[in-house]
Design a protein around this ligand. Structure first.
Ligand code: AMP
Length: 266
């Protein structure tokens, strides 16, 4: 596996390319994305970039888990061909000033609690698409609103790549895998299990009741450009967790990789 730290170091590929954008601290959720990309493309590029632009003031940018050596090993084992691990300056050089203005879709749910988050996400993804030139890019249903924002970006700006969405990978206890789970103490992790249990009801009112003991940012049924989800964000101690369950998928949605209901909590 090649590690590229600059745009200039990235090879140009004659074959089909699948891109998996990540912030690192790999777990089985990331590995499922690598596997999906491996299955559908000749070359797999994973980006590892903790994108400062998608973190707000007071969020966890500084303490976000970083372990590039471990990530590189896991990516290589998963069949990633190129790990693109740029510095913040490589992506946002002195004088950088152009941003993607995400519309209404980015203003609700996460957007309400993390203003500017999707502007940062959409901008970095557009840059990564222009840098890597993938045929397909892979996102997790774990971040359902992010996947919807990126699909909208691709459609609105005629980016000409395919977005593929991979079901949520969960631990045996039902908690959706997340790099942020590393912040949870054992007692907090136990409390966090209320989140998948609440979503498993597939009912906003019942879910709200089951989350009564947690600090809830939102638990809402939402329409993400045709995909109906029950989505929630909660805080357990200092850790903010998000999760969702799909209620309905538009029948013409061809972005799903594998079975759409595979990642549903039980
Ligand atoms: P992150 O490194 O957290 O930015 O995540 C990189 C990609 O992995 C995003 O598209 C996420 O939606 C996806 N992802 C994160 N956790 C999971 C999970 N538990 N199951 C499936 N995909 C995930």
């Amino acid at each position: 596996m090649k590690i590229a730290r600059t745009i200039a170091e990235l090879p140009r590929f004659p074959d089909s390319v699948g891109l998996v954008p990540t912030m690192g601290a790999f777990h089985a959720g990331h590995l499922a994305l690598f596997e999906a990309a491996r299955e559908e493309n000749d070359v797999v590029v994973a980006s590892l970039f903790v994108n400062p632009a998608q973190f707000g003031d007071g969020e966890d940018l500084d303490r976000y888990p970083r372990d590039e050596e471990r990530d590189a090993k896991l990516a290589e084992e998963a069949g990633v061909d190129v790990l693109f691990a740029p510095s913040p300056d490589e992506i946002y050089p002195e004088g950088f000033s152009t941003w993607v203005d995400v519309g209404e879709l980015g203003a609700k749910l996460e957007g309400q609690f993390r203003p500017g988050h999707f502007r940062g996400v959409a901008t970095v993804c557009l840059k990564l698409f222009n840098i890597v030139h993938p045929d397909r890019a892979y996102f997790g249903q774990k971040d359902a609103q992010q996947a919807a924002v990126i699909k909208q970006l691709v459609r609105d700006l005629n980016l000409g790549l395919e977005i593929r969405v991979v079901p949520i990978v969960r631990d045996d206890d039902g908690l959706a895998l997340s790099s942020r789970n590393a912040y949870l103490s054992p007692a907090e992790r136990e409390r966090a299990l209320a989140l998948p249990r609440a979503l498993a009801t597939r009912d906003a009112a019942k879910a709200r009741q089951l989350l009564a003991d947690l600090d809830v940012d939102y638990v809402e049924e939402a329409n993400l450009n045709g995909q109906r989800v029950l989505a929630a964000a909660v805080r357990v101690g200092k850790t903010r967790l998000i999760d969702n369950v799909v209620l309905e998928i538009p029948c013409q949605d061809s972005s799903w990789f594998g079975r759409a209901t595979k990642g549903d909590p039980k």
